[in-house]
Design a protein around this ligand. Structure first.
Ligand code: MV4
Length: 494
């Protein structure tokens, strides 16, 4: 592979291109009109505009992206996460065009993309599954029968869903009538597939996922776990590796189960097997057939560059290490920095990064795709950056993260940084006992707005007004300078 097109934007596009460059591989960026001046465009060896800002007119234009590859002599496509990364039809079209899709086979994506077919696939490996319905449920008597067997509460999940989309919790039998009907019609309209199934709802649980790496030579390796229980409405906020609750024995068993999930669909490349953990027991939920947002915590504790491994596997090489050669070194934590206002129900807060200063130092990694002065586009995910730290142990990593967040300076948009600081300081978090209900159970927006005196507020308002005027002047100058910037590396193919 000599030239890779990264079919993505922002931090992940940059992160993938960095590994390509270290491997001596040429990089091609694609960008939408909103991303014309983005760092991933400047970093790439070549860059092509794929269309207007909305992603369905740009980053999701699979056919157009394949055309660009043909024109520029691209031999591999890395899809990043989101967008086209789990689209089996796209992966198939890429292969048909004689280009390597850096990811699993379309067949593996399809098997794991459907929760019922993924459960069916792992059956022969005796993977622990949450008690539930054998297949799809489409009527109340069927649901009641399962309810009798497994007891309440019960969760209804869409087979074509995943990541928490289209789930409903049923507390008692008479709630089936309405919830089943709604779940089916929601699944139908959201995924074009109304199949739903039932599982015993585990109310207090942890979200633990295992990173796997598999090559075309029959090697199925696990790179241990990430714990991602700190989340809000299915959006992860803090992830870490390792998890506080896994013993070495449990870790090995879970890892071997994860490798078997990958085996069940002849998986190749990097993937993540998601488990739910409750009371010392764990159960397989689903497999994500992409590189995940939180992959850096695994890289920090294992020393493996997952993107480089993905590329080597796609080239047909065998993984250069073995399971016995892998170990967890220290502890890593990632916080996602979103342009959202935690004091205002985490509403996306768009605007310009008037001040943007990143923390640095040993064991501190920032994966981002913005620079000072840039605006956060409204069209995409509002994540500004991932701040990742590595420490000798969990306490050390937490301390390092607190210091790094303190050093992070973002002015112009509200961010989730203070909220993350609140989580890191909470006893429930430091003790490791937290579960997926943490944010709902322990966070109130008032916690972030410390009371201040009237005089302080007045002085602060004056200082802010002066600073704003100064900044405005700077921005006017910056905008004038910006006009001189031409994306001369870009090639527009009509
Ligand atoms: C569950 C569960 C409890 N019991 N399954 C969320 C992400 C998706 N991959 C699966 N998810 C869950 N599956 C069983 N059998 C709890 C979650 C879950 C959750 C569910 C409802 C509302 C918020 C939640 C937050 C995290 C996890």
């Amino acid at each position: 592979m000599k030239k890779i097109l990264v079919a993505n934007r922002g931090e992940i596009a940059l992160r993938v291109m960095r590994s390509c460059r270290e491997m001596g591989i040429q990089t091609v960026a694609i960008y939408s009109e909103a991303d014309r001046f983005s760092p991933h465009v400047k970093f790439a060896d070549e860059a092509v505009c794929v269309g207007p800002s909305p992603s369905n007119q740009s980053y999701l234009k699979g056919d157009r992206i394949i055309e660009i590859c043909k024109e520029l002599g691209v031999d591999g496509i890395h899809p990043g996460y989101g967008f086209l990364s789990e689209n089996a039809d796209f992966a198939r079209a890429v292969a048909r065009a004689g280009i390597i899709f850096i990811g699993p086979s379309p067949e593996a994506m399809e098997i794991m993309g459907d929760k019922l077919s993924s459960k069916a696939a792992v059956k022969k490996y005796k993977i622990p599954l949450v008690p539930g319905s054998e297949g799809a449920i489409d009527n109340v008597p069927q649901a009641l029968k399962v309810g009798k067997e497994i007891g309440f509460p019960i969760i209804i999940k869409a087979s074509a869903g995943g990541g928490g989309k289209g789930m409903r919790i049923v507390e008692k039998a008479d709630e089936f009538e309405e919830n089943l009907k709604r779940a089916v019609s929601e699944a139908e309209s959201a995924f074009g597939d109304g199949s739903v199934f039932l599982e015993k709802y585990l109310r207090i649980s942890k979200h633990i996922e295992i990173q796997v790496l598999c090559d075309t030579h029959g090697n199925y390796l696990y790179l241990f776990e990430r714990e991602c229980s700190i989340q809000r409405r299915h959006q992860k906020v803090i992830e870490e590796a390792p998890s506080s609750v896994l013993t070495p024995e449990l870790r090995k068993k879970m890892g071997e189960h994860a490798a078997n999930v990958a085996r069940s669909c002849n998986y190749t490349g990097a993937g993540t097997v998601e488990f739910i953990y409750a009371d010392g027991e764990y159960y397989f939920l689903e497999m994500n057939t992409r590189l995940q947002v939180e992959h850096p915590v695994t890289e920090m504790v294992t020393g493996v560059d997952l993107v480089k491994e993905q590329i080597k596997i796609a080239r047909g090489e065998a993984i250069s290490f073995q399971q016995e050669g892998l170990a967890i070194n220290g502890h890593a934590i990632e916080v996602r920095v979103y342009a959202e206002d935690p004091a205002n129900n985490f509403l996306p807060d768009i605007g310009t990064l008037q001040v943007y200063k990143k923390p640095t130092g040993p064991g501190v990694r920032v994966d981002d795709g913005f620079e000072e002065g840039m605006s956060i586009p409204i069209y995409y995910d509002p994540m500004i950056a991932k701040l990742v730290v590595h420490g000798q142990n969990r306490a050390d990593a937490i301390a390092k993260m607190k210091k790094a967040i303190d050093e992070y300076r973002i002015i112009g948009v509200e961010t989730t940084l203070d909220f993350c600081q609140f989580v890191l300081a909470h006893e429930e978090f430091t003790s490791g006992r937290f579960n997926t209900g943490f944010v709902k159970d322990h966070f109130k927006p008032e916690y972030l707005t410390a009371p201040v005196s009237k005089e302080f507020e007045e002085i602060a308002a004056i200082i802010a007004a002066v600073a704003l005027q100064q900044k405005e002047n700077e921005l006017i100058n910056a905008a004038a300078a910006d006009k001189k910037f031409s994306p001369w590396k870009s090639r527009l193919i009509e």
